[in-house]
Design a protein around this ligand. Structure first.
Ligand SMILES: [Ca+2]
Ligand SMILES: [Ca+2]
Length: 196
């Protein structure tokens, strides 16, 4: 997504060309994009708002759509750069995954990547334990409402159910098969998750 205006130009609003481009490349309406842009620019606390502003991951994590999501850091990490900053384009790409019109396959691939904590392309036992722990966290703390023993038992049960070829790890194909019967996985990218 290009930016036809100078990076040094003070922030005013998105240009007509940018709005046309963003509405073409994302599922959002012009109004939604302008609203997102306002929200995004509010994360810029510098004296003079900048067009090339990049938001810090920890600031993005405090936005209402993410702040109660137990995987917010993982979600943001996928779209942020190596230094944990997001441009407005990165932000729009991330918000697109939350959109109801975003395809199930795109949501599925992102969910798989978020659950794959060690980034080895599979969901292993340790990944599942971390997923279960986060899904059962207590309020906004990192503590689970179930015991460590129950976390391990639940992760083992999940592994047994999803690991169709008994390889000891879950491939994206096995994950896809599971989620085709259990659509709740998409709640990870639901805009309804607003209470912690
Ligand atoms: Ca893994
Ligand atoms: Ca397997």
């Amino acid at each position: 997504m290009g930016n036809s205006q100078s990076a040094c130009e003070p922030y005013q609003t998105l240009s007509g060309n940018e709005l046309v481009e963003f509405t073409r490349l994302t599922p959002f309406s012009r109004f939604e994009i302008e609203s997102f842009y306002d929200d995004f620019q509010k994360l810029d606390h510098s004296a003079q708002p900048r067009r090339n502003f990049r938001a810090r991951a920890e600031d993005v994590a405090r936005l209402p759509i993410l702040k109660c999501n137990p995987f917010k850091d993982r979600i943001i990490q996928i779209f942020a750069d190596q230094n944990s900053f997001l441009t407005f384009e990165d932000f729009l790409d991330m918000m697109s995954v939350f959109h109801p019109r975003c395809s199930k396959m795109v949501k599925l691939c992102h969910a798989f990547a978020i659950y794959d904590f060690d980034n080895d392309g599979y969901l292993g036992s340790e990944d599942l334990k971390r997923v279960v722990k986060r899904l059962t966290h207590r309020g906004d703390s990192s503590e689970s409402i179930i015991t460590q023993e129950d976390i391990v038992t639940t992760a083992e049960r999940l592994m047994k159910e999803l690991d169709l070829d008994n390889s000891g790890r879950i491939s994206i194909e096995e994950f896809e098969y599971f989620t085709s019967k259990s659509p709740d996985f998409a709640l990870l990218f639901s805009t309804r998750q607003k209470t912690c």
